[in-house]
Design a protein. Structure first.
Length: 155
């Protein structure tokens, strides 16, 4: 039950940054460009001209976030608060699950350097070599969430 609540919280956080688009679009910021729909869902099931409801988009987001959460769990081996986990899931969802694995953020965090790891969120703000303001804002929000735990959160 606790995990479901955390994923619901992660879904609200990610949905805010992704925004909702009911019609499939070609995400040209991604390299290579990829068909995307709903709240940032990609994959072979997304086709040009496809339409989706918000309810279906939220279901796909939940599935995608479970995949991102498993990727984070595989490569991060130190205790995390709920907010730290959500920030990492958001990053893994947005940049791809492989982005965290093998990264400086992973090395710093697994070494117990939480503050240095938080600063590494700001490394993922580029697309095609350009700094993207939306990514800067998202990474700052993820970093803030990572650094500010709820009083009840345990490490």
């Amino acid at each position: 039950m606790k995990r479901r609540w955390r994923l619901a919280w992660a879904a609200r956080f990610v949905a805010k940054w992704e925004g909702f688009l009911a019609t499939a679009y070609l995400d040209t910021i991604a390299s290579p460009a990829v068909w995307t729909i709903g709240y940032g869902h990609t994959g072979p099931d997304v086709r040009p001209g496809q339409r989706i409801s918000k309810a279906r988009a939220l279901a796909l987001l939940a599935k995608d976030l479970r995949f991102a959460a498993r990727a984070v769990a595989r490569c991060i081996h130190v205790p995390l608060t709920a907010r730290q986990r959500i920030a990492l899931i958001s990053l893994a969802f947005n940049c791809g699950p492989g982005a965290v694995d093998g990264s400086t953020l992973q090395r710093e965090l697994n070494a117990g350097h939480y503050r240095r790891a938080a600063d590494c969120f700001l490394d993922w703000v580029h697309a095609d070599g350009e700094v993207i303001e939306g990514l800067v804002n998202r990474r700052k929000a993820e970093r803030w969430m990572f650094l500010h735990s709820n009083k009840g959160d345990k490490r």
